[in-house]
Design a protein around this ligand. Structure first.
Ligand code: CP
Length: 307
């Protein structure tokens, strides 16, 4: 197999074979097989750093927990408390982390492709979400969970509903699901559906009923207000047309699995009754996020050691 990449900016940085090996290791961690985790003393522990310029509950914390479960140390550099505030640039910030001994850096930024103009020091790097561009580890844990649920993606249709153009999760899923043969329906108000042709596996519709009737999985998105350049959304109109509720599914006689990356804006894109229903998978996505991120950390640290 080709060496595991040291930079994970996009799901496109991984081949299907590499993704399958990430899933395999994540599955073994989930089963409680920790034979691949080294016992190391405090001087030998790898260091995983997080650097998040946007809020996060799930991603940052699950990376921190995953690192600890792997006997790695975790440090969190909070951007607003860093010397960036004194005019230092990102390149020098990352170089400082490298010389402090950081082996793997995970960043979230409102800026798309934040490392594009940076001469990255020799350490591994994971994109924890960059603007509306990509959120590769979210899409990977989503597909991992879909496969775990027994879905054959080559025979499945996933409807992504809502504010698609501003969603980095949607953009990563659009790249990843077709790699496994899956079809995607993009559903939402016209201004939130990408206009460009995204290939034969991607359909578009403004009708939620059509999306629900054609899909095996519903994936509602939070309205990404923080990335809107102008006031784009009338919430009450959006929730009347696109909110996913058990009542709606019952009328259409459908019970698809419902995935959500979180955070949930209950009553806007999703009704509370869905969160309490067995079709709702988001808590399992959160549980799986730790195993999936453990697997990625392990594989990237190993690749760094061998590089
Ligand atoms: N899914 C996700 O990225 O959630 P957080 O913003 O809480 O990390």
């Amino acid at each position: 197999m080709e060496p595991f990449p040291l930079i994970l900016e996009s799901v496109k940085d991984l081949s299907k074979v590499q993704i399958r090996s990430v899933f395999k290791l994540a599955r073994s961690f989930k089963k409680g097989d920790f034979t691949q985790i080294q016992a190391v003393n405090s001087f030998q522990r790898p260091i995983v750093a997080t650097f998040f310029q946007e809020p996060s509950t799930r991603t940052k914390n699950s990376f921190a927990i995953a690192a600890k479960k792997l006997n790695a140390d975790h440090v969190d550099l909070v951007p607003k408390d860093s010397s960036l505030q004194k005019g230092e640039d990102l390149e020098q910030t990352f170089l400082t982390l490298k010389y402090q001994g950081v082996n793997l850096l995970i960043c979230r930024s409102p800026q798309e492709r934040m490392i594009e103009n940076i001469d990255m020091p020799k350490m591994a790097y994971i994109n924890g979400g960059d603007g509306k561009n990509q959120h590769p580890t979210q899409a990977l844990l989503d597909v991992f969970t879909m496969l775990e649920k027994g879905l054959d993606l080559s025979k499945s249709t996933i409807a992504i509903v809502g504010d698609i153009v501003h969603s980095r999760v949607a953009h990563s899923l659009i790249d990843l699901i077709p790699l496994f043969g899956g079809k995607i329906i993009l559903c939402g108000p016209k201004e939130w559906i990408p206009q460009e042709d995204l290939g034969p596996n991607i359909e578009k519709t403004e009708s939620l009923d059509e999306a629900i009737l054609k899909s095996d999985v519903l994936y509602p998105l939070r309205i990404q207000k923080e990335r809107h350049l102008k006031k784009e959304s009338n919430h009450s109109e959006f929730q009347n047309l696109y909110k996913i509720s058990l009542k709606k599914l019952k009328i259409l006689k459908r019970s698809p699995l419902v995935f959500h990356a979180g955070p949930f804006n209950i009553g806007v894109e999703i009704d509370k009754d869905i969160l309490q229903s067995p079709i709702f998978q988001a808590y399992e996505q959160i549980e799986n996020s730790v195993y999936l991120r453990m697997s990625l950390i392990q594989m990237m640290l190993e690749s760094l050691k061998q590089s």
